[in-house]
Design a protein around this ligand. Sequence first.
Ligand code: SDX
Length: 432
Amino acid sequence: MTDATDQVTLSHDGQSYELPVIVGSQDERAVDIRKLRSASGLITLDDGYGNTGSCTSAVTYVDGEKGVLKYRGYTIEVLATKSSFVETAYLLIFGELPTSSQLNEFRGLLTQHEFIHEDMRHHFDGFPPNSPPMAILSAMINAVGCFQPDFMQPEDDEHFMEPAARLMSKIRTIAAASYRKSIGKPMIYPRSKLRYTENFLHMMFSKPYEPYEADETVVAALDRLLILHADHEQNCSTSTVRMVASSRANLYASVAAGVCALWGPLHGGANVAVIEMLSELQQSGEPLERFIARVKKKGSSTRLMGFGHRVYKNFDPRARILKNACHRMLDKLGVHDPLLELALRLEEVALSDSYFVERHLYPNVDYYSGIIMRAIGIPTNMFTVLFAIGRLPGWIAHWREVHTNENARIDRPRQIYVGPNVREYVPIDERG
Ligand code: SDX
């Protein structure tokens, strides 16, 4: 961020206020309103924060108009083809691509921390069989913290690789265990000779007497999916992690809060909603044009799930990568999924309709991700959990960015009150 180069003038009630304009490294500009209230008594109001920058950050850059996404300066296209999820996680958290010795150290810590404490197995027994895996994930992330005697101590940033690897490794074990619980099957222990993504598939699908042999195409597809989900600047769940971190809460509490924010169908839950939408269309046989007409109807509660984005007013680059990967991956796996053809046709109908074009509504990361997860064999109720596993490095990177910023303040937005004026208390026997 360069110092203010110019300023804006705000005039109100016969007074003028000069507000500095700050410029980011990609030439984004913001009016710095940190002194607005003390100078003018005014605050700003921006429901949904569509026009409000909550912080400066060096982790990820998104250009919504151009459809650009960069993690620490590396484009998503390059990382999705050349990197691995573990290497990308290291890049996001520590800001640089690792040397081979750093990557080996990080991998070693991921292996070292792949087990969860045996006593945590009893926590799983406490959940009803059909418990939503996202509820289990959020609860168990805080539970994992309780088994770390020092987890309440402020993190020593000089030795942050271990806590970061510990949480990244254990979220995978917890996620697989929550799936096994939901289908009434025994938990599968990790195998230390397997790498990150393959070990997750092993814990998801192996039998106690017969290990799951992951097809390398499946491992590569899932690894790429995790890279594509690894961070996305100030999205709802990452902003939640940062807000909780701003109170100096520990890493586990902050991430558990992020899991809850991600769960919503407008955010990380959209990948489930897309498959449900496509499945309903396939079963009902409703003509796509009629469905689109329902979506467009004024006041309609029906949305084209997997379409639209607060920031992207162009194709989400992740959706473009996934769409291209879909065919290739399904062909390699010999999987024919009628929902893919349906998704492609529905996209075509939508993008030829002025309603979507005028509102800049394009497929987002969730539109095709479910198709790939289905082809891998991931059950629908685990889609958002996979999103959380992918997004965890981004959450950890943003948590670290807050905790290492000596100027960081607790997030405490203002509001405009619109409730009743002062009222007299009426004893209950005199109320109507
Ligand atoms: C993710 O922020 C991130 O970076 C998120 C994410 C990440 O990596 O973390 O990218 C992941 O969450 C992707 C988004 C997944 N959600 C969905 O696919 C759900 C469907 N999409 C929408 O609900 C919506 O597009 C949002 C929530 C994604 C964005 O909502 P906004 O920016 O608040 O837009 P809006 O609701 O104000 O809509 C603007 C207009 C409205 O029409 P008008 O009132 O102008 O007539 O566009 C319409 C909306 O009705 N609209 C849609 C639509 N999305 C917006 N109409 C039909 N279908 C849709 N999907």
